[in-house]
Design a protein around this ligand. Structure first.
Ligand SMILES: [Zn+2]
Ligand SMILES: [Zn+2]
Length: 349
């Protein structure tokens, strides 16, 4: 089968690989039907993820059909349509028992797929701990609606959760890209009074607004997010801040626009260390929470999709078949043509 492989720093290539088979009793083999490309894939290609293993099949956002199960898999059978979690986790170590699956201590635990073990930009994938890492897709939910359950939406769900967003809050989200949009979808479910989206790209803010995911926007640098937030909150600032952008000065924006005693969630991955100017923020009594998603609520997310409360398929702006996946990479990496997310069709559901 053909697979997109991390050849070396700066280079992905298509290689022929053998179809995987069950190794451990808790494994499932999933036939990929639709896959996507994540910014983390680009980080791997750039050589910015030191634990990524050269020769590995990349990709960790996908849905498919169960092709084979080990004898220890009890929740799934051959033929089931499934969304696959970005994280593999054992379900019984100290961290898993707390729901902190990102830090699962199993050698294959945490974000392994498409990084340390073979991922999804291919035809078949071996999924360890299948009972924990797969989520059934109801018949009326399309591949494209289910595609972001295990990674992007899990991130948004986790951010809204640890941000302790409550009804009536004014929530600021810095970064209106795909992760910011998924965060806004999950924040919206908690009935905030306002979602304020902040970005440097007008099109992304318009996208958020047109899908009902931004009540107010701040286009930087034309508008000052701090002023926008103060004008909405009797001068206080945001009740919760989600820093999703990871830009040059977005961490500074994040704590500045927060009101005293706010929770600031840092979802973003930075390329450089950040300054925490404690003397400047003294007396603001902020709570910072930082990421790596714990993708442990996929069933709740699938329920939100199945009931029509959220429709993440709006993120799919471009579609490709697997033979053109390298074109998809180019488009996605270069942010061409208003791309938000690509859907790569690998086989029939
Ligand atoms: Zn990802
Ligand atoms: Zn574990």
């Amino acid at each position: 089968m053909k697979a997109v492989v991390y050849a070396e720093k700066g280079k992905f290539e298509i290689r022929e690989k053998p179809k995987p088979s069950v190794i451990d009793a808790t494994d499932a083999i999933v036939r990929v039907t639709t896959a996507s490309i994540c910014t983390s894939d680009l980080h791997i290609r750039a050589g910015a993820v030191p634990r990524a293993v050269p020769g590995i099949t990349v990709g960790h956002e996908f849905v498919g059909v169960v092709e084979e199960v080990g004898r220890g898999v009890s929740r799934f059978s051959v033929g089931d349509r499934v969304a696959v979690n970005v994280e593999t986790f054992c379900g019984h170590c100290f961290y898993c028992r707390h729901g902190w699956v990102n830090n699962c201590t199993d050698p294959a635990g945490g974000w392994a797929m498409g990084c340390r073990i073979d991922g999804c930009q291919t035809e078949y994938v071996r999924v360890p701990f299948a009972d924990n890492g797969l989520t059934p897709i109801p018949a009326h939910v399309s591949d494209e609606k289910a595609l972001f359950t295990g990674d992007l939406l899990s991130t948004g769900y986790w951010a809204a959760d640890i941000g302790e967003v409550s009804e009536g809050d004014v929530v600021a989200i810095i970064g209106a890209g795909p992760t910011g949009i998924c965060t806004a979808m999950c924040v919206r479910m908690r009935k905030p009074s306002k979602i304020v989206m902040i970005d440097v790209q007008r099109e992304r803010l318009e996208f958020a607004e047109s899908h009902g995911l931004a009540d107010v926007t701040a286009l930087v640098p034309d508008e000052d997010p701090e002023e926008v937030l103060r004008s909405l909150t009797y001068g206080r600032g945001a009740d919760v801040v989600m820093e999703v952008a990871g830009g040059k000065d977005t961490f500074q924006t994040a704590w500045r626009i927060a009101r005293p005693n706010a929770v600031v969630v840092v979802v973003a991955m930075y390329e450089e260390p950040q300054m925490l100017p404690l003397p400047d923020m003294y007396g603001k009594n902020l709570v910072f929470k930082t990421g790596g998603v714990d993708a442990s609520h996929c069933q709740d997310i699938m329920d939100m999709i199945a009931s029509g409360d959220i429709d993440p398929s709006v993120l799919v702006t471009h579609r490709f078949d697997f033979d053109h996946i390298m074109d998809a990479y180019e488009l996605f990496a270069e942010h061409r043509d208003g791309v938000m997310k690509v859907a790569v069709k690998v086989s029939e559901p």
